[in-house]
Write a new protein. Structure first.
Length: 221
């Protein structure tokens, strides 16, 4: 089984706007000391493989120094995800899809905006990315959003300029908070490598039960 404590997967629906932009922005802005140890990739729950990025997000990306012309969509499936991945989803609906595929990742699956909100509340200085993710996971039950929809990121596809501006604002604000938390971490050379322990069969069953409860709670919200 492949284990990766230092890969972040950004997920949306088609992987041609939201996840492509957020992953590229996080990757380009990550502190130099972490770039060799923390990677950002993206995928879509209903992506058509090899579809290029939306022209509007390519144009938006250029304003941030990003080159999304070469981006090609990837389909999210069970084989794409690895044990230890941090998965950041555009919407709660995508989080449910991820948990259906890999319930063992329950403690490291968030929406993008949810994760950005939670890392701002982590006390002190986390010793590693894995520890930061664990702290955010512990905080989520005690720090729910005022409105669950606040954790979703707007999909601007087919929308007017106002929708694209709202998406840009939500995405850049979330990325800023995540990067601030990442910058505060010691570099891997100081902290040592992060290692994720694969779940036992008993833990896997327990994770799946929790995943079903989380999915049910999200649907009722």
């Amino acid at each position: 089984m492949t284990v990766s404590a230092d890969r972040v997967v950004i997920v949306c629906t088609a992987n041609v706007i939201r996840s492509a932009f957020v992953a590229a922005l996080l990757s380009s802005r990550s502190p130099e000391g972490h770039k060799a140890h923390l990677t950002f990739q993206s995928a879509g729950t209903l992506a058509r493989p090899s579809t290029p990025a939306d022209e509007k997000v390519v144009t938006l990306g250029r304003t941030y120094g990003l080159s999304l012309e070469g981006h090609r969509a990837r389909r999210l499936d069970e084989g794409f995800l690895r044990t230890g991945d941090t998965v950041l989803c555009a919407e709660r609906a995508h989080r449910r899809v991820v948990l259906d595929l890999r319930p063992d990742l329950i403690s490291s699956v968030f929406t993008i905006r949810e994760f950005s909100r939670l890392v701002e509340t982590v006390p002190g200085r986390a010793p590693s990315w894995a520890a930061l993710v664990q702290a955010a996971s512990r905080s989520r039950l005690s720090r729910p959003p005022r409105d669950p929809e606040e954790d979703d990121m707007l999909d601007p596809v087919g929308g007017a300029d106002a929708a694209w501006l709202a998406f840009e604002r939500q995405a850049t604000q979330a990325v800023s908070s995540i990067l601030a938390a990442l910058t505060a971490l010691p570099t891997p050379s100081d902290a040592g490598p992060s290692v994720a322990r694969p779940l036992s069969r008993r833990e896997y069953r327990h994770a799946r039960e929790n995943a079903l409860r989380v999915a049910g709670s999200s649907e009722r919200s």
